[in-house]
Design a protein around this ligand. Structure first.
Ligand SMILES: Nc1ncnc2c1ncn2[C@@H]1O[C@H](COP(=O)(O)OP(=O)(O)OP(=O)(O)O)[C@@H](O)[C@H]1O
Ligand SMILES: [Mg+2]
Length: 220
């Protein structure tokens, strides 16, 4: 099976100014196939967010490597294939939704016309069209989460990393989001989703793995 994400010996030790260091992730080997949908579960503090942060390159690993579609995640071309929605997306409050998407499209190398088409389509799917001209600071938390999702999908990433994407999302929006994520299967989008509630995603996941104190448990 071709590989979308491969970690080898990937670990993270957080060093604090005071107190003893925290090993958030012990050396981890993980493979996610092209188009595979993986859920990562585990108690609070088990290392789920750390794993996504290392994968996307926001955190520097203590050891190990990350490869995205066979390329080191240190290369910009590898990271460009990732779509990422953090636990608590931070968006510029004064920027308007359509301005944000325009900038994201440009940064991803999309033409203005493609950006407009794709953004229009995604905003529609997420029922955000009436808010396209609104400043991000005037949106509710759930709506901002949906905008972050649109932003992550705009460049049609091959690997989608979602950190607890259902938190604070109302039931209709959940159903919508899960439907949209399911459709990415046609484009063979791989996915790593952290969650405390994999059942809520229906049949979205091909595989569920558990982290406990920074270690991967044996798969059931
Ligand atoms: N920036 C940081 N500095 C120091 N320690 C951190 C930092 N971020 C996380 N940690 C520690 O690393 C461990 C793993 O945290 P992480 O956020 O990855 O867990 P998580 O599985 O995502 O938890 P949750 O389910 O609460 O989101 C915890 O012990 C946490 O205290
Ligand atoms: Mg977390």
């Amino acid at each position: 099976m071709p590989i979308a994400l491969k970690t080898e010996g990937l670990s993270k030790v957080y060093r604090h100014a005071t107190g003893k260091p925290t090993t958030a992730l012990h050396p981890l080997d993980l493979e996610v196939g092209v188009g595979e949908h993986l859920a990562v579960i585990g108690p609070n503090g088990s290392g789920k967010t750390t794993l996504l942060g290392l994968t996307v390159g926001l955190l520097v690993p203590t050891s190990g490597t990350v490869h995205i579609f066979g390329r080191s995640s240190r290369e910009a071309s590898a990271r460009a294939r990732i779509g990422y929605v953090p636990e608590d997306p931070v968006l510029q409050p004064r920027m308007r939704v359509n301005e944000l998407l325009e900038v994201c499209g440009r940064l991803s190398g999309l033409s203005a016309a493609d950006t407009r088409d794709r953004a229009g389509d995604l905003l529609d799917r997420f029922e955000l069209t009436p808010w396209a001209g609104s400043p991000l600071g005037e949106l509710s938390r759930g709506m901002r989460q949906a905008v972050a999702m649109v932003q992550a999908l705009l460049h049609r990433p091959g690997l989608l990393l979602l950190d607890e994407p259902l938190t604070g999302v109302d039931p209709d929006a959940r159903t919508r989001l899960i439907g949209i994520l399911g459709e990415t299967r046609q484009a063979h989008t791989a996915m790593v989703v952290t969650t405390h509630w994999p059942e809520a995603f229906g049949t979205l996941f091909d595989r569920v793995v558990t982290l406990r104190r920074g270690r991967l448990m044996a798969e059931a």
